[in-house]
Design a protein around this ligand. Sequence first.
Ligand SMILES: CC(=O)N[C@H]1[C@@H](OP(=O)(O)OP(=O)(O)OC[C@H]2O[C@@H](n3ccc(=O)[nH]c3=O)[C@H](O)[C@@H]2O)O[C@H](CO)[C@@H](O)[C@@H]1O[C@H](C)C(=O)N[C@@H](C)C(=O)N[C@H](CCC(=O)O)C(=O)O
Ligand SMILES: Nc1ncnc2c1ncn2[C@@H]1O[C@H](COP(=O)(O)OP(=O)(O)OP(=O)(O)O)[C@@H](O)[C@H]1O
Ligand SMILES: N[C@H](CCC[C@H](N)C(=O)O)C(=O)O
Ligand SMILES: [Mg+2]
Length: 487
Amino acid sequence: MNILKDILYKVNLNAVVGGTNVTINAIHFDSRKVEENDAFVAVRGTVFDGHDYIDVAIKQGAIAIICEALPTSLVDGVTYIEVDYSNKALAIMASNYYDSPSDNLKLVGVTGTNGKTTITTLLYQLFKNAGYKVGLLSTVKILVGDTEYKATHTTPDSVTINKYLKLMNDAGVEYCFMEVSSHGIHQGRAEGLRFEGGVFTNLSHDHLDYHKTFAEYRDVKKSFFDGLSPKAFALSNGDDKNGLVMLQNTVAKKYTYALKGYADYKAQILENEFSGLLLSIDGSEVWTRLIGNFNAYNVLAIYATAELLGLEKVEILRLISDLQSVSGRFQYFISDEKITAIVDYAHTPDALKNVLETINSIRTKNESLITVVGCGGDRDKTKRPKMGHIASELSTKVIFTSDNPRSEKPETIIEDIEKGVEPQNFKKTLSIVDRKQAIKTACQLAEANDIILIAGKGHETYQEVNGQRFDFDDYKTVEEFLKQLQK
Ligand SMILES: CC(=O)N[C@H]1[C@@H](OP(=O)(O)OP(=O)(O)OC[C@H]2O[C@@H](n3ccc(=O)[nH]c3=O)[C@H](O)[C@@H]2O)O[C@H](CO)[C@@H](O)[C@@H]1O[C@H](C)C(=O)N[C@@H](C)C(=O)N[C@H](CCC(=O)O)C(=O)O
Ligand SMILES: Nc1ncnc2c1ncn2[C@@H]1O[C@H](COP(=O)(O)OP(=O)(O)OP(=O)(O)O)[C@@H](O)[C@H]1O
Ligand SMILES: N[C@H](CCC[C@H](N)C(=O)O)C(=O)O
Ligand SMILES: [Mg+2]
């Protein structure tokens, strides 16, 4: 669809100057990408204000400007549209432009602090193995059927989302599972999409640099459920303190899942080993390769979602037992020297605590747990001491190191982490700025039967320093060092 009038369908318009019966080539929110006959949507961001780039966009060929405040001088031949909230207008326009692609498949959004990638990726796997054509929008990658695209965000901008949903339509995709991040909700990236269902995982400390307070962070997540339609389902974690808050005002059909409290979908952990989890779900036993208590929640959420989407219970249980673990999520190997190396994406205090507690519940007293961990630069600083505290309290030894310092000084980030270490735990800790050296040291310290946890970067294959991404892969690095040590 490329007539401006049609692209603006369902957008709340405050003012229109100029004609809307014009043909638009593409929609952009970045002036630097605008070309002849495009529409430019001026968005107020965290650093810049798109309104300052309206003139630049017009010089580059924009023939329609969508903005929250009309410029004082208008250019002839350009159509100006004033809206309340550009981000929302952009998302609705993107959906119209790509012919409402979310109407043509069953889209399920997963939100919460941790577990989104795990749940969406495993739902993708499960539905694929059930014989359907499936799509995935995740932190790790975007999949349109079997075709893979690079992901730059957990939840991409609305134009990108709709572009991929359209590709999914063209490829005959029936189900799409997508991560819905709090930044994504707050910036309206998922506005205007038709969701078949929404899933809430859990809420714990993260992104308090962006959302300022925990209440604001919670309310942003909740607003995703508030926006679901009466035909959709809203599935929430009943054991999470904020699980029922998410369902408070939604008009969608409400369901809960829980291991502890009362819920529509219940599970119990029967066995929790390094090789996997034995669960009882809705009275049936099922074995899965996924490890740790927190994954019992993920598996239950997957089961409930598949059931709500219409799959047979017996079939779902069979498919769950076939699921392969997700890259960078509790990904582990055991070296010839019997050292276990685990790479995990735990980058929040709660995730780190869960992973360490899982390892501690499985390891014996004679086996040491050596943790290598850091915190991202230009991200929530208040989680740093918390992660330092948790890592040093729950490990035998800890090496603090760098994890995407971005524009910050890595030494300063490490100092912030160290502030959370209790005096009695200081002797357990070391700080090595270079992540490669930190991993090498962990390998040298480890003895047979010990466990090395490398947390925070999971699937990432880079280290981001001052706007540049250098190749770096936790899994490959630890694999190489443990091999070298064998010689
Ligand atoms: C903090 C944040 O979320 N920023 C996102 C936001 O950018 P911004 O608000 O900083 O934009 P800005 O640079 O201030 O610019 C404002 C507007 O002016 C425009 N502009 C700017 C300059 C110019 O010359 N011309 C021009 O038109 C920009 O295109 C933009 O539309 O909007 C951009 C477009 O959608 C995003 O790419 C960008 O993500 C940045 C790169 C980012 O790192 N985001 C992270 C924090 C993020 O979104 N993470 C979540 C996952 C979090 C989780 O773990 O749950 C995610 O979903 O990925
Ligand atoms: N249900 C869960 N509850 C708590 N922690 C979890 C849960 N699932 C996974 N984790 C932990 O959180 C880490 C990140 O998991 P995952 O990538 O699935 O989360 P995410 O929500 O997609 O994160 P992001 O916000 O970065 O996209 C895992 O490596 C694991 O340590
Ligand atoms: N989606 C999260 C990922 C954090 C991963 C960690 N390795 C880091 O760079 O802080 C973020 O952008 O905050
Ligand atoms: Mg994710």
